[in-house]
Design a protein around this ligand. Structure first.
Ligand code: 2M8
Length: 420
């Protein structure tokens, strides 16, 4: 079974490889996505380390002058996706892209790739990639932590990668959508609308996008005035992990000049994450930086604290209690949102379904702090889901049914790199 699935996973990655870069799935997502590519590179590296590096290198080709690495690279125009480059206002750039970023997984991937093979050719490639990753991390720590609080904000739900998480509902409700006008969604022509964000969500997505485009994606204007600016435990924890991995890479290369800056980011985040601790809930949640209000639900990103190296008992004990409670409510974990919360929807995208990439990161963190039983439950659930429903984009935590796109790259990648 495992060998058959290995072959299918490899075939999916190769079929979604459009020549040095990989799309998440045919039809629904026809471009290169940022954190998808970071996971895909880990999958490729299980059978072709060179191809893994190439995925990261092509992703970094889209880097903006200010260091930002966009969430989508529009390598060739494809009218089957909305919103495309003309909506983002980037159609005249050398490599058209979206205007904001996505969770910075790439440095963690590069560390994994480098640990697999440290021969001279990869040292050279690391030397080229390292300053680009450093610039991207610096961008995140300035543009999206403008006041140096030690937590990373997202200016768009898409920047978080967890598009319609219920915790965005409150902050996004303040977005004025009166200027959005008519538009035609393409996603619902590929996937049942019940599994996708609602129209209200899309109106808000487009209104926030318009704000970004009109201010030319200016970090200070975004930090001060964007209609949506919410500190996210998902991106903050992934960034913290990636900073630790970047630090290890700096040591490996002897890049001593970079060390103090990266160490400062880590120290600041270790303090800053206290801001994301919701004392009423006993969990890390979002924090709306406009209103000062915490998200009111436990999401799977709450369980990324160990992945980020955050394991103080004060945080860990309540976090694990939530984990056990939520896992007891589902057949397959980890649900992306609390099944006890009224906003939970088992099939609607980031409002409940299980995502393989989150499972991989959560289980990795748990294993690293010795929570092996919980880590193993997550891995086994992931295996069971893929055996039952194939390499779907995401899964219903109650029925185990696959949802969203099929033959999905990141699900195949985490299978190869971790679950199998
Ligand atoms: C989903 O997001 C895109 C927008 O970026 C979409 O729905 O059109 C999210 O799951 C995101 O995290 C992911 O990177 C992307 C491609 O898999 O799809």
């Amino acid at each position: 079974m495992s060998a058959d699935l290995d072959k299918i996973a490899i075939d999916i990655l190769q079929a979604n490889d459009l020549g040095g870069y990989t799309i998440p799935t045919k039809g629904l997502y026809p471009y290169q996505w940022n954190w998808d590519s970071a996971f895909v590179a880990q999958g490729f590296a299980t059978f072709d380390v060179n191809r893994g590096w190439q995925e990261i290198e092509t992703l970094l080709q889209g880097q903006w002058d200010d260091g930002m690495v966009p969430h989508i690279l529009f390598r060739k125009d494809d009218p089957t996706y909305f919103p495309g480059p003309s909506v983002w206002g980037t159609q005249n750039r050398a490599l058209p892209s979206s205007g904001h970023s996505q969770p910075p997984v790439a440095a963690s991937t590069v560390r994994l790739l480098f640990e697999k093979d440290q021969s001279a050719t990869y040292v050279e490639r690391l030397r080229v990639v390292f300053p680009k990753l450093l610039a991207w991390h610096r961008w995140y720590h300035t543009a999206r932590d403008f006041d140096g609080r030690g937590v990373i904000a997202v200016m768009h739900p898409w920047e978080s990668g967890r598009d319609n998480l219920p915790d965005w509902d409150g902050p996004a409700a303040r977005v004025d959508t009166s200027g959005v006008g008519d538009y035609v969604r393409k996603d619902t022509s590929f996937v049942n609308a019940d599994m996708r964000p609602r129209k209200t969500d899309y109106d808000r997505y487009l209104a926030i996008l318009q704000f970004g485009r009109e201010c030319n994606w200016d970090a200070e204007k975004i930090a001060r005035d964007a209609p949506f600016y919410v500190a996210d435990p998902g991106v903050t924890f992934i960034q913290l992990r990636a900073d630790r991995d970047l630090l290890a890479l700096a040591h490996a290369l002897g890049e001593t000049a970079a060390l103090p800056e990266i160490e400062e980011w880590i120290a600041r985040a270790e303090q800053g994450i206290e801001l994301l601790w919701n004392p009423d809930l006993g969990a890390f949640t979002t924090l709306d930086l406009r209103s000062g209000v915490h998200g009111e639900g436990v999401s799977s990103a709450s369980f990324l604290a160990p992945y980020a190296g955050i394991c103080k008992a004060r945080y860990l004990e309540p976090t694990l209690a939530h984990f056990d409670r939520m896992m007891s409510k589902v057949t397959y974990g980890v649900p992306s949102y609390d099944p006890d919360h009224p906003a939970f929807e088992s099939m609607r995208y980031w409002r409940g379904p299980v995502w393989g990439i989150l499972n991989y990161m959560i289980a990795t963190g748990f294993a690293e702090i010795g929570e092996t039983e919980r880590a193993e439950r997550i891995r086994k659930d992931t295996v069971a889901l893929i055996e039952k429903s194939g390499f779907a984009e995401y899964f219903d935590p109650i029925s185990g049914e696959g949802a969203g796109g099929n033959s999905f790259s990141w699900t195949s990648a985490i299978w190869l790199n971790w679950a199998s």
